[in-house]
Design a protein around this ligand. Structure first.
Ligand code: ADP
Ligand code: MG
Ligand code: ZN
Length: 484
C-alpha cells in the first residue's frame, strides 16, 4: 500500500539585531565563551530587561513578506522547563498572542506554483549552547547565545516531500536575506529547521501521528531526513507497529534518525503570560512605517526581470538569487544600454549564467566577494562589441578581472590580447596554416566538411585565440577557393 508524506516545518531564525532580546549584550557570533552576557540574559532573579524594538520590527517585516496578519495585541509568555542551557529555567516566547498569523508562501516546484500555509510567526529568545566534550567526559556551557532574539516560523502541514521542503526553505531564506532580517547562516545556527512528519493513506483527511526531527544542519540534511523518516514510518506501519509521537535526532553522518524523547505536550511547559514584560501594541503608525520600507521581494523581482527585460524565467531566477546579484545585474544593464533592451539584458545575463557563476564557484565566494565591478564588466562587453577582443579572449580577461580587479583595457594591453583583425596579417597566417595542413585541405576538397573547422581551429591556435573568428572564416574560404 502507498502512503502520502505530510510535513510541517518549524524554522528558528536568529534576528539581525545588534543587541539581545531584553538586554544590551551583543549578539555577535564567535566571541569568547561567556563574555557576552549580563544579569538579564543570565536570568539572575530581580534583573529586569526591556524588549528590543528592532526585533519586533524584523518579525513584522517577515510576517508582511509571508502574507500574514499582524497582531495588534502582543504578549510575551513564559515556557517553563529546566535545561542547563537555559539559566532562567524558562524561555520567553509568544504562546498566546504570536505577532504574525495565517500567512502563506508561494513556492515554485517543477514549474508549478504551490502555496504553503504559514500558521504563525512568534518572537522568542534563544538558549545558550552546550558543548559536549566526550574526550574529557565534560559538558561545557556558553551563555553568549542566551537571549539572542529569534523568530519561529511554523508552517501548516502542506509539504509533501523533501524536494518541496527544500524549495520552501530556499525561497524563505532568500526572502529573509532580502529583508535583512537574518544572516541565515546555518553553519552558525542562525537558521535552524525542525521537521514534523507523518504518513497517511491517500485520500485520508485525518493526519497520522507525527515525529519531530531536530538537529538538521543543512537543506540537504532536511531532504535526506524526510526521505529516511517517511520510509521508516512506512516500514513500521506496514509491519503493524504504531508510530510514537516523539522527538527524534537526525544523524547526518549515519543518515538515520534516532529517538530522543517522547514529545512533551504544551501542558508540560506550564505556559503563563510573562509578568516582567508588559503586553505591547503594534499600532497602524508602526505598521505603515514598516510597510513603506518593504523592499522588492524575490518573487516580485523575478517576475519583473521576466516582464521588463524579457529574460527567461531560468535566468531571472538565478539573477535574483541574492539582492546583491540582482543589483549588480541591473547596474550593468543600465550602464550598457540606457534603453535596457532585451538583447542587452540577455547578453549580460549570459555572462552571469556562465562565467560569473563559474568563477564564484571556483573561488567559493558570493558576488560581493569578487573584485569585479559592474563598470568593469560593461567595459569588457564593449571591447567585444567593438571587435577589440574576441569572445573567447574575453573569458580569459574576465577571470583576471574577477581576481585582480584590474581594468579590462589594461589587461588586454598588458597581455597583448588585442584581436587580430588586420586582413593582410591574418591572410598570411591563414596561408601558413593551409600549407602546414595540406592533408586537411585534401580532405576538405574530398568533401569532408569537418576539415574546414579543423583549419579554423589551427588558425585560432596559431594566434593564441586572438584572430577575429569571422575574418578567419572568410579568409579561409577565399584561400581555399583560390586553390580549388
Ligand atoms: P509543537 O511542535 O510546538 O507542539 P504544533 O503542534 O503546532 O507545535 O506543530 C508544529 C508543526 O508540526 C507544524 O509545522 C505543523 O504543521 C506540524 N504538524 C502538526 N501535526 C502534524 C502531523 N500530524 N503531521 C505532520 N506535521 C504535523
Ligand atoms: Mg515543535
Ligand atoms: Zn545580557
Amino acid at each position: 500500500m502507498s502512503y502520502e508524506t505530510v510535513v510541517g516545518l518549524e524554522i528558528h531564525v536568529e534576528l539581525k539585531t545588534r543587541s539581545k532580546m531584553f538586554c544590551a549584550c551583543t549578539t555577535a557570533f564567535g566571541g569568547q565563551a561567556n563574555s557576552q552576557c549580563c544579569p538579564i540574559c543570565l536570568g539572575i532573579p530581580g534583573a529586569l530587561g526591556v524588549i528590543n524594538e528592532k526585533a519586533i520590527e524584523l518579525a513584522i517585516k517577515t510576517g508582511l513578506a509571508l502574507n500574514c496578519h499582524i497582531s495588534e495585541y502582543n504578549t510575551m509568555d513564559r515556557k517553563n522547563y529546566f535545561y542547563p542551557d537555559l539559566p532562567k529555567a524558562y524561555q520567553n516566547t509568544q504562546q498566546y498572542h504570536p505577532i504574525c498569523r495565517n500567512g502563506y508562501l508561494d513556492v515554485d516546484i517543477n514549474g508549478n506554483k504551490k502555496r504553503i500555509g504559514i500558521t504563525r510567526i512568534h518572537l522568542e529568545e534563544d538558549a545558550g549552547k552546550l558543548i559536549h566534550d566526550s574526550e574529557n567526559s565534560l559538558s561545557l556551557i556558553d551563555y553568549n547565545r542566551a537571549g539572542v532574539p529569534l523568530i519561529e516560523i511554523v508552517t501548516e502541514p502542506h509539504i509533501e516531500s523533501g524536494e518541496e521542503a527544500v524549495a520552501f526553505l530556499e525561497e524563505l531564506r532568500r526572502i529573509l536575506l532580502y529583508l535583512d532580517v537574518s544572516d541565515c547562516k546555518m553553519q552558525e545556527g542562525s537558521l535552524r529547521c525542525d521537521v514534523n512528519l507523518s504518513i497517511r493513506p491517500p485520500g485520508q483527511i485525518e493526519l497520522g501521528t507525527r515525529t519531530e526531527m531536530k538537529n538538521l544542519n543543512s537543506f540537504r540534511a532536511v531532504h535526506r531526513a524526510i526521505k529516511y523518516e517517511a520510509k521508516r514510518q512506512y516500514l513500521a506501519v506496514e509491519s503493524g507497529e504504531h508510530i510514537l509521537q516523539e522527538t527524534r535526532k537526525w544523524d547526518d553522518l549515519k543518515g538515520e534518525s534516532i529517538a530522543m524523547r517522547e514529545k512533551q505536550d504544551a501542558d508540560d511547559y506550564r505556559y503563563f503570560q510573562e509578568p516582567d514584560h508588559m503586553p505591547f501594541i503594534v499600532d497602524d503608525n508602526l505598521l505603515d512605517k514598516i510597510k513603506a520600507n518593504m523592499p522588492e521581494l524575490p518573487r516580485q523581482k523575478r517576475d519583473r526581470f521576466v516582464s521588463e527585460y524579457g529574460l527567461p524565467y531560468y535566468d531571472a531566477n538565478i539573477l535574483t538569487a541574492s539582492k546583491a546579484m540582482a543589483d549588480f545585474f541591473e547596474i550593468c544593464l543600465e550602464l550598457y544600454d540606457k534603453n535596457k533592451g532585451t538583447k542587452s539584458a540577455k547578453t549580460i545575463s549570459n555572462w552571469f549564467m556562465g562565467d560569473l557563476m563559474r568563477v564564484m564557484k571556483e573561488l567559493g565566494v558570493e558576488i560581493d566577494g569578487l573584485r569585479l565591478s559592474p563598470s568593469g564588466l560593461v567595459q569588457l562587453l564593449k571591447l567585444v562589441d567593438e571587435g577589440i577582443i574576441s569572445g573567447s579572449i574575453a573569458k580569459e580577461v574576465f577571470d583576471d578581472m574577477c581576481k585582480s580587479g584590474e581594468d579590462p583595457t589594461e589587461i588586454v594591453k598588458r597581455k597583448g590580447l588585442k584581436q587580430i583583425s588586420d586582413v593582410d596579417e591574418l591572410r598570411g597566417i591563414v596561408r601558413e596554416v593551409i600549407e602546414e595542413n595540406s592533408n586537411s585541405l585534401e580532405d576538405y576538397k574530398a568533401g569532408k566538411k569537418k576539415a574546414f573547422g579543423y583549419l579554423v581551429g589551427q588558425t585560432m591556435k596559431k594566434t593564441r585565440g586572438k584572430a577575429n573568428p569571422q575574418l578567419v572564416n572568410k579568409l579561409l574560404k577565399e584561400e581555399i577557393t583560390n586553390q580549388l
